[in-house]
Design a protein around this ligand. Sequence first.
Ligand SMILES: [Zn+2]
Length: 459
Amino acid sequence: MTTALVAGGSGHAGVMRYVADAVVPCDEGGRVLRPGTVEVSGGVITAVGPVDGGAPDATDVQEVRVHGALLPGLVNVHCHSPMTLFRGSGENLSLHHWLNDVLWPREANLTEEDVYWGMTLAAAELLCFGVTTTCEAYFFEDALADAVLAAGSRAVITPGVLQLPGKTSPADTASGEDWWDTRTAEIVDFHARRHGEDDRIEVGFAPHAAYTVPVPVLADVAGEARRLDALFHIHLAETEEEGIRFAAEHGDSVPVVLAEAGVFGGRVLAAHSIWLSAEDLAVYRSHDIAVAHCPQSNAKLASGVAPLVELLAQGTRVGLGTDGPASNNDLDLWEEMRLAAMLARIRERDAAALPAATALDLATRGAGLALGRPDLGVLAVGARADMLAVTLDDPAFVPLLEDAQLIEHLVWSASSRLVTDVWVGGRQVVEAGRCLTVDVDEARHQVEARAHRLERAGG
Ligand SMILES: [Zn+2]
């Protein structure tokens, strides 16, 4: 909860000084400032420090008292948020059955408005959990961007490149090789029109996977992404079966074949990355491929447990993703933090395998770095003023014997329900647990009605 000590504007004008019971910057030093301050000007952080001497005096400073701990907004590096429309559809299926029999037939009937409302409802859910940035892979990218901007959140939008069975929307007049070229050109055009919009939209490319998109097409798309210095976002090594099938057809693993085809070398984000051999891990290392680790989706679909400790040990950049809300089934990055740490410990049979501070890093600074965005997921000078406040007036934080224990409690005993206030680019979007920017009742009703229509059409 927050209290403005000096009445004033929206947060964009002048300097805002947030004074919190604790500030957890999630920077490299792993500091906890109790109490601490964060200064914001023009949507960017201009100072972080202890209360005394942490910020310069200025006459136009508005001070906001934060009752609780202030952290950077969380960064969800792999999701398909508009799939709120399909939450609960096709439970208890493996990935391939779920995609082919449940999801893709329904997605073939999606409209722009469906995606707008699916993303809008998701944005409200994400913001209330303190997730201020998502990396989205989906279709109808203009509707997605419209929803993100209206909801006041931030996104790296990587439009999907995938031919849905039965429909090739939106470029459904083209066929064969033309389709891929047309779709890639659409994304290049989308990048030209909307990259950098309102300082909250970044645009990349998301060809679905090596088992759904031909390797030469992946190479072409990667070339366009490199030309624009844009993120190339792909599902990679998610199931054992896809790897076996690909190797039988192409003679080697997906990472090795894609590396030889020239797909890597730019800004690459590989979601899942579970079934990796030592040679595959070396490809990740040598091409600086970042990983979107999605432990809950991987567990729910029984896909496997990614080699997180090995990836981190070799210096691979890793962030956490929820994946779509139809395979998770929520967008709660707090759950991912805890599950990532637990699964890593089980896989390594080592209770020290993944400390709480590392788990928190995977949802904050590490996630920003995985996207190639050092300005996200950290409270530091020059970073975007994306922040969340959690109440410390909860049994989860008792006892607090030393500062470092705050991070242990945040990961092991706190949860998204303790997030009270959230800001994106210095603008408050959640206050006392209520989303200020989305009419949540309207979004719920829209998604409910649209989900019923899609269920009838896709069933
Ligand atoms: Zn995914």
